[in-house]
Design a protein around this ligand. Structure first.
Ligand SMILES: Cc1ncc(COP(=O)(O)O)c(C=O)c1O
Length: 411
């Protein structure tokens, strides 16, 4: 299967070696054409329009949620809330938790030390506003989640929220969330009751493998479209029906309400109560097209088989270079194709700049995971990441340029 031909950016830039998909993936023609088709033929505002265009547009909006619900195993498309991105989804979750009095003073929120800032800062703000306390789970030497530490923390009945990433955007490590779920399930909250709420940042798992919210058994989970070949500006907050229903939306106006009187209003049912104003209609269509594209290449089977082959190839290249410090576990079965590395004497940004001069795109710095960097005494790392349109030739070009950069920048 020649996947590369599906991505016009690769033919428009024949020398491009794009190794930064963990930040944002490139878009296949199927998504680009689908978006054009929508804007040229079906675009209109949704909700309450009785004319054909409005109805078609609304159908596409709901269809994209139905496809997402099918993809992640949600019970209904009504459990899917559209947001701008993961960061917005986590903020919506934390701010709505604040309005719903889910936390009180001295309650505990548990995170891991390798979370993206998007899954730290909203909880820091919530802790500041409520008097709750943030606690972190450390990683093992092999960058794995320390499950025993979580088990210990859960003995404290003040723990009310556990919010963890599914896959780290720095180490590429897949956290064993089904095991986490087993620890949390007996303590979990039913509807509005007290108990532990379990939230998942799935920003780096959904682009790589099929997830199932029934197996993960989380109260809420979020991810972002631009890492999944959809457009930027569309993100997803999944929530279990009973959880979303008891959550008071953080902001409310227009479509997010059922009725308004001069002195009060009533929120709309889920998911609309979390989507005030006109949503990102073309973003939703791009999400639908991205999921149809993944379906067209046999759902995740193709992604996973390309990933396995390229990951093993890249791993060999990294392991052969002892001058690099690798911030990941070398066991390929619990990781995705994200490779962070550093060099003792060369700054990560200098390496990335040197590669950029040769049209090789990687990312360097702290990857929005500063607590992890501080904990591991790192000023920053380079991160090279792959996706379905990459080839072994891209990896060869990368290593050759990396060797040249290290030779040039060493002193
Ligand atoms: C693990 C993780 N969480 C959250 C985010 C934030 O995503 P967005 O910028 O789309 O909000 C990212 C983006 O890199 C990420 O890797």
């Amino acid at each position: 299967m020649n996947i590369q031909k599906d991505f016009p950016i690769l033919s428009h830039h024949p020398d491009l070696v794009f190794l930064d998909s963990t930040s944002s993936t490139q878009k296949p023609s199927y998504v680009i054409d689908g978006l054009k088709q929508y804007l040229e033929n079906d675009y209109a505002n949704i909700h309450r329009g009785s004319y054909d265009l409005a109805e078609n547009s609304e159908k596409l909006y709901i269809d994209s949620k139905k496809k997402l619900a099918e993809l992640i195993g949600a019970d209904s498309w009504r459990e899917i809330v559209y947001t701008m991105n993961s960061t917005y989804a986590a903020n919506l979750l934390a701010s709505s938790a604040r309005r719903s009095n889910i936390l009180k003073k001295w309650d505990i929120i548990v995170l891991s030390i390798v979370e993206h800032h998007a899954n730290i800062v909203p909880w820091q703000i919530l802790a500041e506003e409520t008097g709750a306390i943030l606690e972190y789970i450390w990683l093992s030497d092999d960058y794995k989640l320390n499950i025993n530490e979580l088990e210990e923390k859960l003995k404290n009945s003040h723990v009310k929220i556990v919010s963890l990433t599914h896959v780290s955007n720095v180490t590429g490590e897949i956290f064993p969330l089904e095991e986490v779920r087993k620890l949390i399930a007996p303590l979990s909250s039913k509807g509005e009751g007290q108990g532990v709420r379990f939230f998942i940042d799935a920003s780096q798992s959904v682009p790589h493998f099929k997830i199932d919210v029934q197996k993960l058994w989380c109260d809420a989970l979020f991810f972002t479209g631009h890492k999944l070949m959809a457009d930027s500006g569309i993100g997803v907050l999944y929530g279990k029906k009973e959880f979303l229903e008891c959550l008071d939306p953080w902001i409310s106006w227009w479509w997010a309400i059922s009725w308004v009187h001069t002195d009060t209003f009533k929120s709309a049912p889920i998911p609309d109560k979390f989507e005030p104003g006109t949503p990102n209609l073309s973003g939703a269509v791009s999400m639908l097209k991205a999921l149809e594209y993944i379906e067209h290449i046999w759902w995740y089977e193709t992604i996973e088989s390309i990933e396995k082959e390229l990951m093993e190839y890249a791993l060999e290249g990294f392991v052969k270079r002892p001058e690099l410090k690798l911030q990941w576990s070398k066991k390929p079965d619990t990781r995705v194709w994200v490779f962070s590395f550093s060099h003792d004497t060369i700054h990560a940004l200098d390496i990335a700049d040197s590669l950029a001069d040769k049209n090789i795109c990687i990312r360097a710095w702290q990857h929005c995971a500063e607590p992890f960097m501080i904990e591991h005494s790192l000023t920053g790392t380079c991160r090279m990441s792959l996706y379905i349109y990459n080839t072994k030739a891209d990896i060869d070009i990368f290593f050759q340029a990396l060797d040249e950069a290290i030779e040039k920048l060493s002193w």
